[in-house]
Ligand binder design. Structure first.
Ligand code: SF4
Length: 231
């Protein structure tokens, strides 16, 4: 019988081997959070070869670039994705009527309403949470592990899996080119971390990829910091 792989041993596995081991050792329901960035498309390319109908959870905040929506729809058709668009309880118009433009006045609240709440509600039904996170993306991600156990505010525990945790930006683009993966055209304009349009800018040369998010006021929306890591 195959022995389970200890968490630290996952750090030495290739991305595809890590995914294979996680799927072999865990029979729970898998999911993948996807903002259709370059890293996401690599993990999704590996996952769809193994779990073709894996739920692809997209946080449809209503504030994404038009290019992101077009690319999401193109790749959903091309890869026949099982896309789940997760929306906030209120539309953008309803939220702005009640609170004004929160991404300018209180981005923490805006991300909480439009990203964290809908994602954590959706994750309740899954056991495995695959992501495209990398340590190199931001100082807030420097301690990221390939596998981590996380507890949602409800107490639900998930295995969070980031197969590209140790990958460099160069590796991301080599895989993308080698595998001829179509990518979000905004990268050609100089963007390196792409989220909602009002909160995304092109980072300065040599700066962290996520330094262009929220005008430097913060680095995370909360979906990767508001759950509690327990190992
Ligand atoms: S990234 Fe900006 S627009 Fe998007 S949910 Fe967060 S604050 Fe709102």
């Amino acid at each position: 019988m195959t022995q389970p792989v200890a968490a630290e041993q996952f750090e030495t596995l290739s991305a595809d081997a890590a995914i294979d081991r996680v799927l072999a050792e865990n029979s729970g329901l898998p999911s993948f959070t996807c903002s259709f960035q370059a890293e996401d498309m690599i993990v999704l390319d590996l996952l769809r070869q193994r779990v073709p109908d894996i739920p692809v959870l997209f946080l449809d905040t209503g504030y994404h670039f038009a290019e992101t929506y077009k690319y999401r729809d193109r790749m959903t058709r091309a890869w026949d994705l099982n896309l789940h668009n997760l929306a906030a309880k209120k539309s953008v118009a309803e939220q702005e009527a009640e609170f004004g433009i929160l991404n300018r006045t209180d981005p923490g609240k805006c991300c909480g309403l439009r990203k964290v709440e809908p994602l954590f509600a959706a994750l309740e039904q899954y056991d495995l949470w695959f992501t495209g996170l990398r340590r190199e993306q931001s100082p807030t991600r420097k301690n990221l592990k390939v596998v981590e156990h996380h507890v949602l505010p409800s107490g639900k525990v998930l295995l969070k899996v980031s197969p590209l945790a140790g990958w460099t930006w160069g590796q991301v683009w080599k895989y993308t080119a080698d595998n001829k993966i179509d990518y979000l055209p905004l990268y050609d304009a100089g963007y390196r971390s792409i989220g909602c349009e009002p909160c995304t800018a092109i980072p300065a040369a040599g700066a962290d990829a996520r330094s262009g998010r929220w005008g430097g006021a913060k680095l995370e929306c909360g979906i990767h910091t508001d759950s509690k890591r327990v190992d």
